[in-house]
Design a protein around this ligand. Structure first.
Ligand code: XMP
Length: 514
């Protein structure tokens, strides 16, 4: 039986991933495709519904993204959002024009609650608007089901043909009843049962992996981060000891992190798999000795990591599958899914490492958003501290120590960072700050401790709030918490005599220090 799927056709809008996430929150599986996806492919997929996203263009202009009229006569329900709504109206004979003023922000929308799309929604409801063009006249066969003070057609529908158009963005949280509207569409209008859940994802994936892997050998590079941990557990559930996980401890992890990963995945852990921990700390420190330039440090750590992994892979010999923890935003952002691609080369989607002898790549989380990866992890019993781990860069503490990396500096930053994390958690702030950590500045200065003069390092504390990690603001941490962290670090961590808090936003700063 085919899995119930609603597809999002992406016309370049900034909220494309959000639309898919909201649909999945209604327990309906959803995938994003570019508007360039052919009608034949859509027919083959047999989606239960199609959602057309917003986009930056004007639909009446010659070069703007469009779709063939056939889309609207497949008998599959279609919901157009913003540009998607205008395009639907334009193609089917309605009128779209440039408005005198842009309608932007939270707007009161008056809806016809007799519409199935708006069932249970308040007659006057706040929605998020962001458009210059507007539908001045609905297409033949369509009835107008919502308006605003500035917009005569804020929604239109032809229920007979199962076609729905809304000018606003139900996927954005500012649209107060947006989820209700999307749920009405996918459940009532598309007739989806809504049985997409994490337990069924885990169950289905385990079955699919077993079928694909057969009696093959599988290799996974485990970093201890959320994605690779969840991927490894899923594989271990499916194929047990056919899976080997290699965990390279480069000596640049947070305090106790290496042991924590080993406790979960090692021989005393709960999972059935081969676990290899490579203690390569000294090897990395000696390669990094005397190196101060940030990019050079990154390069050395990255290359050494590959060398170590390669050596382990050689010992294991040929494998059939290599696991990668690619997740859905990586797929979309690499331009393979939707339209509004932010190309990020480091995501490495589809790129295969040539230093391991394997036949095929396996990406068990390719369909999931980050929060869904976490849910799957919890579902499979992975400890919460691992599942909710904050982002941690591949080069680890190597880029949180300004200047040369030494074993002693690693110890200092690890201890300071552990105190900082402990106090942030104690203050109940750990779930509300995007990313926070201690870094070791290369600055040494004079201080006094007891009766003695000191000449020691300064620790910098960083905490940022961010939506996408492209921009960020310094988090406002209560003064008392910062004071407590400061005095604990100075008292408990040797060779630190100053602590500073970094207030720089990104840009002009970055989140990390190097
Ligand atoms: P920046 O410092 O560029 O950080 O503002 C943005 C996000 O990326 C992470 N980051 C890295 N991750 N290798 C990684 O795997 C790196 O070299 C690297 N540099 C930064 C950083 O932790 C933040 O989440």
């Amino acid at each position: 039986m085919k899995r119930e799927t609603v597809i999002v056709l992406d016309f370049g809008g900034q909220y494309n991933q959000l639309v898919a996430r909201r649909v999945r929150e209604c327990n309906v599986y959803c995938e994003i495709y570019s508007y360039k996806t052919g009608i034949e492919k859509i027919r083959e997929m047999e989606p239960k519904g199609i959602i057309l996203t917003g986009g930056p263009n004007s639909c009446y202009e010659a070069d703007s993204p469009t779709y063939s009229e056939e889309l609207f006569s497949l008998g599959i329900p279609v919901l157009g959002l913003c540009y998607g709504a205008q395009l639907m109206q334009h193609i089917l004979g309605g009128k779209v024009e440039r408005a005198a003023v842009r309608e932007y922000g939270k707007t009161d929308v008056f809806v016809d609650t007799d519409s199935r799309l708006f069932a249970g929604v308040s007659a006057r409801t706040v929605c998020w608007m962001s458009h210059f063009d507007y539908i001045s006249q609905a297409a033949p066969g369509f009835g107008v089901t919502a308006h605003t003070a500035d917009c005569p057609v804020a929604a239109a529908e032809d229920p007979g043909r199962k076609l729905y158009a809304v000018q606003f963005h139900p996927e954005v949280l500012h649209t107060v009843e947006g989820t209700k509207i999307l749920a009405n569409f996918v459940h009532d209008i598309c007739g989806c049962a809504g049985d997409w859940r994490m337990d069924s994802f885990v169950e289905e994936s385990v079955k699919a992996i077993r079928k694909k892997v057969g009696s093959g050998k599988v290799l996974c590079a485990l970093s201890g981060g959320v994605d690779s941990s969840v991927a490894a557990v899923l594989l271990s559930k499916a194929v047990g000891e056919q899976l080997t996980c290699v965990f390279v401890d480069h000596g640049l992890l947070r305090k106790n992190e290496g042991d924590e990963v080993e406790a979960v995945f090692g021989p005393d852990g709960a999972y059935d798999l081969h676990f290899i921990r490579v203690n390569a700390q000294e090897r990395f420190y000696s390669k990094l000795a005397g190196v101060t330039e940030p990019e050079k440090k990154r390069k050395i750590i990255g290359e050494e990591f590959i060398r170590v992994f390669e050596e382990e892979a050689k010992k294991i010999g040929a494998v059939d599958f290599l696991v990668q923890g690619t997740i859905y935003p990586d797929v979309v952002e690499s331009g393979l899914g939707g339209e509004s691609a932010v190309i990020k080369s480091h995501h490495n989607v589809g790129g295969l490492p040539d230093y391991v002898d394997f036949k095929e790549i396996i990406e068990p989380l390719r369909e999931l958003f980050k929060d869904e990866v976490r849910k799957a992890g919890l579902e499979m019993g992975i400890p919460e501290y691992l599942v909710y781990r904050q982002p941690f860069p591949g080069p680890g503490l190597g880029i949180r120590i300004i200047g040369e990396v030494t074993a002693e500096k690693v110890r200092i930053v690890q201890d300071a960072d552990a105190i900082y994390r402990e106090e942030i958690a104690r203050a109940g702030l750990d779930k509300s700050i995007g990313q926070y950590f201690a870094a070791l500045t290369n600055m040494r200065s004079v201080g006094v401790m007891g009766d003695e003069r000191t000449y020691d390092y300064a620790i910098a504390l960083r905490a940022v709030n961010t939506v996408d990690f492209m921009t960020a603001d310094a988090a406002q941490i209560p003064w008392e918490v910062l004071q407590k962290v400061t005095s604990r670090i100075i008292n408990e961590v040797g060779h630190v005599n100053r602590v500073m808090y970094d207030l720089t936003s990104k840009p002009p700063g970055t989140i990390e220090f190097e």
